[in-house]
Write a protein that binds this ligand. Sequence first.
Ligand code: GDP
Ligand code: IMO
Ligand code: MG
Length: 430
Amino acid sequence: MGNVTIVGAQWGDEGKGKIVDYLAREADVIVRFNGGNNAGHTVVIGEEKFIFHLIPSGITHPQVKCVIGNGVVIDSLVLIKELENLKAKGVDVKERLFISNRAHLIMPYHKTIDILREERKGAKKIGTTGRGIGPAYEDKIGRRGIRVYELLKSELFKEHLKEVLEEKNAYITKVLGGEELDFQKIYDEYMKVGEIIAPFIKDASSYLKKWINERKKIIFEGAQGFMLDIDHGTYPYVTSSNTIPAEVAIGAGVPPDSIGTILGVSKAYTTRVGGGPFPTELFDATGQLLRDRGNEYGSTTGRPRRCGWFDIPALKKAVDIAGLNGIIITKLDVLSELDKIAICTGYTLNGKKIEEYPPDVNELSMVQPEYEILPGWKCSLSGISSYESLPKEAQNYLRRIEELTNVEIYGVSVGAERSAFILRKNPFIS
Ligand code: GDP
Ligand code: IMO
Ligand code: MG
């Protein structure tokens, strides 16, 4: 028995929330370790839909404890809204939610800076979620971030906020041409927030150590996806944290050998939201069909997602660097209407085959994908609950993905609802 790490293997929104929720039935603890409320993880249970931005996706399972690790940047106002939503839906988080006292806070000036900078960039904008993620991580690395435990120490918080806000206001007004933010308003708001979340603020990694020693089953829930990783993704069109499993140890505060089985979640096609290169992007009716059938609109910002074919070179990169032990394919049902399905098996640039994934986004935006065409299955996958019952063309498509990546498929999702999932291999016992 071991732990399981779930990460996105593409550009985010692969369906990680659904998979974490599915596996959570067997788990004791779920931990978020990176990103912030740029994430939107959807869980559909019957008629009910939950979109989690900060709270781990397994929270609706009453036996599960949920941790927001030190590597997460927390907009406490968003967190409070999430807590209110859960309460309204009858989910009790008392004594089940642990927020790391070392996590950094997203402050109102982070959001302001994120939005104003994007506006200034115009066509060159990254297409961030506008949630203040980049500026908050910058302050963490710049050693001027405000951490969660400071909410419990009003004098310390006051002093720290005063010092930082002075600098931020100068930058916002003089460089970005924005409006100054009011100290007292922020202070009062955050002190109120501190009171509400105080019972959940803990030394999260010491609880995790205890649970690891007790051999509890832990799921580490990644946000974003491999290609959005700050080091290994399509820089600068990435997020501001590491999204790969190596980040679990740092962002949760656990030894690296607790990561367990690593599963990468990938759609049966590819999507991306925001700017940046996307070699297999489709601008035609098939792209629109994927968007419509897959309901490809962002869970956090509502933006339409760019859609394209499955990209093996990109996934292989994720397999190698993230160290994926297996993959989970989601949204296979979205392809059901298609006569033919393409898989990108490689890229060429100026007629020459590319062997290494280019670090330069300008180069990556010019590559030509090489495709292998497979027949579609042209029937609904609704209600299919075993791998063997999938149409043979669908099995063939999945087998081809396994062959090309050299990684085993652990599970296949055939609908948004919790039960529309085929578990082929249990990651807790592999
Ligand atoms: P995450 O950020 O990786 O958790 O993914 P999102 O929640 O942002 O986006 C995935 C979307 O696809 C959500 O709306 C899910 O409800 C939906 N979804 C997940 N798995 C499936 C599936 O197998 N089929 C279909 N049709 N929808 C799915
Ligand atoms: P989940 O966890 C998809 C993208 C943004 C933008 C870039 C930088 O739901 O898969 P940021 O706000 O992080 O500075 O934006 O990263 N992005 C995501 N795309 N899913 C996500 O999270 C994302 N989080 C950030 O669209 O291109
Ligand atoms: Mg999402």
